[in-house]
Design a binder for this molecule. Sequence first.
Ligand SMILES: NC(=O)c1ccc[n+]([C@@H]2O[C@H](COP(=O)([O-])OP(=O)(O)OC[C@H]3O[C@@H](n4cnc5c(N)ncnc54)[C@H](O)[C@@H]3O)[C@@H](O)[C@H]2O)c1
Ligand SMILES: *[C@@H]1O[C@H](CO)[C@@H](O)[C@H](O)[C@H]1NC(C)=O
Ligand SMILES: *[C@@H]1O[C@H](CO)[C@@H](O)[C@H](O)[C@H]1NC(C)=O
Length: 435
Amino acid sequence: MSQMKHIDSIPSHPWKFKMEKSPYHRQRPYSSLVKLTLWSFVFIGLIFMFFFRSSPSSSQVSSNLSRRSFRTSSYGGPVWEKRVKASAKIRSRNGFSVLVTGAAGFVGTHVSAALKRRGDGVLGLDNFNDYYDPSLKRARQALLERTGVYIVEGDINDVTLLKKLFDVVAFTHVMHLAAQAGVRYAMENPSSYVHSNIAGLVSVLEVCKSVNPQPAIVWASSSSVYGLNTKVPFSERDRTDQPASLYAATKKAGEEIAHTYNHIHGLSLTGLRFFTVYGPWGRPDMAYFFFTQDILRGKSIPIFEASNHGTVARDFTYIDDIVKGCLAALDTAEKSTGSGGKKSRPAQLRVYNLGNTSPVPVSDLVSILERLLKVKAKRLVMKLPRNGDVQFTHANISLAQRELGYKPTTDLQTGLKKFVRWYLSYYGNGKKSAQ
Ligand SMILES: NC(=O)c1ccc[n+]([C@@H]2O[C@H](COP(=O)([O-])OP(=O)(O)OC[C@H]3O[C@@H](n4cnc5c(N)ncnc54)[C@H](O)[C@@H]3O)[C@@H](O)[C@H]2O)c1
Ligand SMILES: *[C@@H]1O[C@H](CO)[C@@H](O)[C@H](O)[C@H]1NC(C)=O
Ligand SMILES: *[C@@H]1O[C@H](CO)[C@@H](O)[C@H](O)[C@H]1NC(C)=O
């Protein structure tokens, strides 16, 4: 519970710093207050004009954005800026200052902690949405807070906030991990995928292209872009034009959007296709996580099989291996080449698989969990529904190996052991549980 105390000391809405009228405001003479109000109206008016001009195609999105910018125009203040700067301060020679979006997420937390540990400056950004239990995101935030990483609470679609962050810190790199993840949830809430994975990506890239100097960007694509491919292992040169879910389609769209920003604006862009990442502080919506939860509760777990009793398998990749791949991608990223909306020369554009290269049948995953938890699972074999999941994934990682020095070292057995240890210490022996 010491964790909770830590969380409480963090303001959930940083912009409140300025909303609460400071003595500074009260001491101003009346006439300058009037002036200030007038200028504020002009300023807000300009912001409105900007948003209505920049996104005329979707009135819903633009009205959401303008509402947000209205609210967040009060971001900032000396205390807030000091906190942002301290978090992003570089502490090693030749270190980076990295803006990590999705920092309260599973991968974002681990990447942020690793960057901070080696002396890079790190600032997080996350909207703490409730796609899964937000208290887990808060606990990750508290963890990062203890290592000196501050997470600003905001949406990647909030261009005003993003610009403000770049005003305060000249980020050398952006590690863009914020996204609507999950394959099946797209059936329920398709617009959240468009909002975060497409519109959100575009606002991040818009801001990155317009600042000077432009940062280099590394971002999370997904193995799901391989869609219905049957040729294995999946290699970066294989076709990616037959996605099996809206999630996959938005990640594929992201790769194409990245291409245009690289081509027109000279942004250095590296897309990482992660393959089923798992580990401590993981995501409750993923099978290894809720299987653990359900096995401990004595609930039956669905194990999918493809038609003709085909095995469903995943190339499970341990979080520490993924983190090494992310850091190597940042370390090898070249500078962006644009300024003032034009590029001076071609910039780097890369895509890498980050997998483990050894697919494991989901039924084997369950057997490992049974052994680690010392509980027999109630297996319920079912046909793989056609709502986005593919039958198997298998990464060819030779490109990442060659160019990033990427070499995964954790097998599923070892990694799950670490996950289960974390799970039991975080939730207790199944008494308390996720959600
Ligand atoms: N974990 C995997 O197996 C896996 C596999 C392939 C790709 N990916 C990708 O890797 C990235 C990280 O995944 P993860 O597993 O850590 O997921 P996650 O859901 O734990 O983390 C994403 C974080 O982004 C935040 N976020 C979402 N939309 C946002 C928005 N509009 N503005 C600000 N913050 C927002 C969420 O609150 C969350 O904390 C994602 O882009 C995901 O699509 C993950
Ligand atoms: C806009 O906001 C409303 C209410 O807050 C929400 O229901 C809707 O999904 C949002 N639209 C987008 C595109 O984010
Ligand atoms: C893996 O990809 C590389 C190209 O990056 C290719 O040369 C090699 O043949 C592929 N390996 C397999 C087993 O498909």
